[in-house]
Ligand binder design. Structure first.
Ligand SMILES: O=P(O)(O)OC[C@H]1O[C@H](OP(=O)(O)OP(=O)(O)O)[C@H](O)[C@@H]1O
Ligand SMILES: Nc1ncnc2[nH]cnc12
Length: 183
């Protein structure tokens, strides 16, 4: 086993699974247990930042709320600005909005219009990829502002919920540290 495999195993083992939350049939992959273990949390940030160092990126975008917990530290580790994509009504300047579907609901996301400039090369970070709806809406917001999405990076990919394929259809490469079955 390589040092990286060991770190990935530590990350995977730190994530608790809660059956039937928030609805029957959902296996909730809880990253709060990862956050409580500083070695696992630090390893997740280090592995994501190392992968995207020296790639010509200019911004990191993270989605509310759990995407902030990984996107902002990755941005700092890379020496880049962090741009939050938020739920409606939270951002004070001019915003753009996109609606999207969740594994268990519908919601809307917003970004500050002046946060991404044409020519920006952006890494999108979120804790988890499920159906890909959140990241599709985020990618649309970045592209509407003239930014190029280099990659979308996740701590967790819930395989077989279609997220990876959805991103591929949008011509976005994705990368995840750990994979769990969708259900
Ligand atoms: O790939 P998808 O099917 O879109 O699902 C994944 C998204 O769902 C969760 O966020 P949620 O909207 O529950 O909000 P939170 O981060 O505020 O808990 C998670 O943090 C991802 O952002
Ligand atoms: N199964 C799941 N576990 C944790 N967060 C999620 N977001 C969407 N689906 C999820």
């Amino acid at each position: 086993m390589t040092a990286m495999d060991l770190q990935l195993e530590r990350i995977k083992n730190s994530i608790k699974t809660i059956p039937d939350y928030p609805k029957p049939g959902i296996f909730f992959r809880d990253i709060t247990s990862l956050l409580e273990q500083p070695e696992a949390y630090a390893a997740s940030i280090r592995l994501l930042a190392d992968r995207y160092r020296d790639k010509g990126l200019t911004k990191v975008v993270g989605t509310e709320a759990r995407g902030f917990l990984f996107g902002a530290p990755v941005a700092l580790a890379l020496g880049l600005g962090f741009v939050p994509v938020r739920k409606p009504g939270k951002l004070p300047r001019e915003t753009l909005s996109e609606s999207y579907e969740l594994e268990y609901g519908v919601d809307m996301l917003e970004i500050h219009q002046d946060a991404i400039k044409p020519g920006d090369t952006v890494l999108v970070v979120d804790d988890l990829l499920a159906t890909g709806g959140t990241i599709e809406a985020t990618v649309k917001l970045i592209r509407r502002l003239g930014g190029e999405v280099h990659d979308a990076a996740f701590v967790i990919n819930l395989a077989d919920l279609g997220g990876e394929e959805r991103l591929k259809r949008m011509a976005v490469e994705s990368y995840s540290l750990v994979v769990f079955p969708g259900h």
